[in-house]
Design a binder for this molecule. Structure first.
Ligand code: GDP
Length: 306
């Protein structure tokens, strides 16, 4: 038998802290036959500390207030049902997998600040694609961090996937340009490019990403075909701010939300969906390859509201 540590994590287990820290507490308020008098205060207290973003929190509060003010709907279970369907609605509108067959080669840029799990996510996606029979090329565009290049290299060795890396400190856009050319020459089906995520100045980062986007289109017309933003659920509302910042720099077409395991801030997915007009492609619920899951909104809502 496999040791337990290698078993893929279950989504329900992964979301446990978020469920007990926010959803269960909220659900309890609506689990009695009558509505407690101070319910709005309690709902506010739970929602504003749940890291779901102020806008979403306010909309849920408005939903509850509306239902409380309409006489026939004072049934607590019905109000709880409305909250659940509101969340379901937001998430189901942000579902959709990447069609890697839509273009050959398919060029994907991966963006996000350092530490969110960008390199790991690239490694996991690349190894899934390879198992599906696709030829993949990795491009180490985070030339400011030697460690990031090394780490991507470890994934490349482990999965036996070719990698293009530039000199330390080389211009990231030119490394990506050369990497795409190389991928095309070698007949890669999917070219996955890591980008720099240092955040010492926002303007720098955004300029750099703008340049990378333009250069990618020069290397291959119509590319990038996917620009995926990686966000760390642990950072809570900060992830929403990052989403808002990155969308100024590029056209984000997908999101990966990592580290949902072990955080009570998983509700941040609602705020991210509200902020971005892009689907959540994958969620990370652990460090293993199998712990990066395609996002399924129904499954997610069920694991959260069970
Ligand atoms: P980068 O700086 O954005 O490239 O981040 P890394 O890919 O180096 O990831 C930082 C750390 O987060 C590593 O230790 C990863 O194993 C870990 N990590 C990434 N995704 C997940 C996840 O979904 N769950 C958990 N628990 N850890 C993760």
């Amino acid at each position: 038998a496999k040791p337990a540590a290698e078993e893929p994590a279950s989504l329900r287990d992964g979301l446990q802290k978020t469920r007990t820290g926010f959803v269960d507490r909220l659900g309890k308020l609506f689990s009695h036959e009558t509505i407690p008098d101070d319910i709005i205060d309690e709902v506010e207290e739970i929602l504003f500390t749940a890291d779901i973003g102020a806008k979403i929190a306010q909309r849920i509060i408005d939903t509850v207030e509306d239902e409380l003010s309409s006489d026939e709907k004072r049934d607590p279970a019905a109000i709880w049902g409305s909250i659940r369907s509101y969340c379901e609605d937001i998430l189901s509108k942000h579902e959709g997998s990447i069609d890697f067959d839509a273009h050959t080669p398919f060029v994907m840029l991966v963006i996000g600040v350092n530490g969110v799990g960008k390199t790991t996510t690239i490694g996991k996606i690349a190894s899934k694609l390879k198992r599906e029979g696709k030829s993949v090329m990795l491009v180490a565009g985070d030339t400011f961090r030697a460690a990031a290049v090394e780490q991507l290299d470890v994934w490349a060795q482990r999965t036996n996937i070719p990698i293009h890396r530039g000199e330390d400190g080389a211009d990231p856009a030119s490394v990506i340009y050369a990497g795409i050319e190389k991928g095309m020459a070698e007949g890669a089906d999917v070219i996955i490019c890591d980008t720099a995520g240092r955040l010492h100045t926002k303007v720098n980062l955004l300029d750099e990403l703008g340049k990378i986007g333009r250069v990618t289109g020069k290397a291959l017309e119509g590319a990038p075909h996917e620009t995926i933003l990686v966000l760390d659920a642990n950072t809570g509302q900060n992830a929403i701010q990052q989403a808002s910042m990155f969308k100024e720099a590029c056209d984000i077409t997908g999101v990966v939300l990592t580290k949902l395991d072990g955080t009570a801030k998983g509700g941040v997915i609602l705020g991210i969906c509200d902020e971005l007009d892009a689907p959540v492609r994958y969620i990370g619920i652990g460090e293993g390859v199998e712990d990066l899951r395609p996002f399924d909104s129904r499954e997610f809502v069920e694991a959260l509201f069970m």
